[in-house]
Design a binder for this molecule. Structure first.
Ligand code: GDP
Length: 472
């Protein structure tokens, strides 16, 4: 059917041609490369195969250890709604003005960098929340080094707190807790720490491994101490990058600006971006006409962990898309064109995700060691029981991880998490929301719904043994 559409002929003609080649095919059958070439020739077309890998991946040279220099950590703030994410980001933005520089951070460009009194720098992603974090990750960008999980001390650990923690953990990003709103008379930080402990997140002052700081984002109390702890955590990660090479990084946000054309905020992850550089990002490219920092000052260079607003691209690449500095304009243009062709033909199908049917085969050929699951259900008890039983299905060959489990219907954020972590979503006595179902179709995420725990376990077990008969 796809081939017929591409050639603008009737699909039954293509089927007939296949038959004349001795192939009996159905309308949705995938044809191999040779058949496609033969059939296309019959209709006067020449087939050119483009390798997706060649278009996606631009070779990055490995850095020599001596070229690596320390770089500032990149932080995302996550937590339940109204627990103070925006207030914390605002407070840090407003108080940390680089010494000797006029004016604070005046414009929102999606990320900002602050210099602390001790001379060290931290970069904050300015779109708080685990949804943005995981959406970026689903598109392939792992930008965040450390997550600050904020919990209001006059409230409890809430469903979205748990979600945020699980999203950060699934990404392997270390967590620092900020227990907020301690200026409030009814604040009870110990209760929050107790609830975290129950989830196996024991804070340092109680003998655990998680740093935590009581703060007030509103008054600014102890925010400096929080940032110190973030830096301590960053020291453990020994974050480094090579500043002396062409820049590579990720798109934080992008848009069309009336006066200035396409503007994109880029976060440099290694190398140094310079005015005049030729950038390729997704299907767009262009020379950097001008660069601005978050203080709206013109800059000519941006090194690792620095966010910059860039003018000069010929389109708006998606948030989470990688960018590369290219040497050759013809090559950049060619890659951009091929990528947009691919996008037109395939839609936004970027990455193939795992399905239950595939697991057995993938284990058999030995390239699948971890099965990630997101488990949603109607009551806590059954989710715990189901998750425990699923984890126990782990064998020597394959580790079963439940990266997130919660009560409630399957949401968009569950699907995003599954997309970012190549997971399968399991619903026990719950269904996906309409939006989640649509997103799952687009991202090709396998959702499995069960109403009996035993069925869920048996089906995953047979899938792992390669015994699952494919769904018709
Ligand atoms: P977000 O939804 O997580 O971004 O939360 P916001 O930063 O918008 O904060 C939600 C509400 O809590 C706002 O009315 C803030 O003024 C208030 N708030 C945030 N932090 C504090 C705090 O430390 N103390 C007090 N008293 N209120 C706070």
């Amino acid at each position: 059917n796809e081939l017929a559409n591409l050639m603008d002929v009737q699909v039954n003609q293509v089927i007939a041609t296949c038959m004349s080649l001795g192939l009996f095919v159905s309308i949705n059958q995938r044809l191999d490369a040779e058949t496609i070439t033969l059939v296309a020739e019959e209709y006067g077309y020449k087939v050119e195969f483009i390798s997706v890998e060649a278009i996606e991946a631009i070779e990055e040279e490995e850095d020599k250890p001596e070229d690596l220099k320390p770089r500032p950590p990149i932080i995302t703030v996550m937590g339940h709604v109204d627990h103070g994410k925006t207030s914390l980001l605002d407070h840090i933005r407003n108080t940390n003005v680089i010494a000797g520089e006029a004016g604070g951070i005046t414009q929102h460009i999606g990320a900002y960098n602050v210099k602390l009194d001790n001379g060290r720098e931290i970069t904050f992603l300015d779109t708080p929340g685990h949804e943005a974090f995981t959406a970026m990750r689903a598109r392939g960008a792992q930008v965040t080094d450390i997550a600050i999980i904020i919990v209001a001390a006059d409230d409890n650990v809430m469903p979205q707190t748990v979600e945020a923690i699980n999203h950060a953990s699934a990404a392997g990003v270390p967590i620092v807790f900020a227990i907020n709103k301690i200026d409030k008379p009814n604040a009870n930080p110990d209760r929050v720490k107790e609830e975290l402990a129950k989830m196996n997140y024991l804070v340092e002052e109680w003998g655990g491994k998680y740093q935590s700081q009581d703060i007030s984002a509103k008054t600014g109390l102890n925010v400096d101490l929080l940032l110190e702890k973030v830096l301590l955590e960053a020291d453990l990660l020994e974050l480094k990058a090579n500043p002396n090479k062409p820049a590579v990084g990720s798109v934080i946000e992008s848009s069309l600006d009336r006066g200035r054309g396409y503007v994109a905020t880029l976060l440099v992850q290694s190398g140094t971006l310079k005015t005049g550089d030729l950038i390729l990002s997704g299907q767009y490219y262009g020379h950097v006409k001008a660069m601005f920092n978050e203080r709206n000052q013109t800059i000519n260079e941006a090194g690792p962990s620095q966010p910059v607003l860039v003018l000069g691209l010929n389109g708006a690449p998606q948030a989470g898309e990688k960018f590369h500095v290219m040497k050759n304009e013809r090559e950049a243009k060619e890659l951009a064109t091929k990528r947009s062709q691919l996008q037109r033909e395939q839609g936004l199908r970027t990455q193939k995700h795992i399905t239950l049917d595939e697991i057995g085969r993938r284990i058999a050929i030995g390239n699948f060691q971890e099965l990630n699951l997101v488990v949603k259900g109607d009551v806590d008890g059954s989710i715990e029981a189901l998750a425990d039983s699923l984890i126990k299905l782990s064998t020597e060959e394959i580790q079963v991880n439940v990266i997130h489990k919660a009560v409630g219907q399957i949401s968009e954020s569950d699907i995003m998490l599954a997309a970012a972590s190549n997971a399968i979503v399991i619903g026990f006595q719950v269904r996906p929301s309409l939006a989640a179902r649509r997103l799952a179709e687009k991202e090709e995420i396998d959702i499995r719904l069960y109403s009996i725990i035993y069925d869920a376990i048996e089906e995953i077990k047979s899938a792992m043994e390669g015994m699952l008969s494919p769904e018709i």
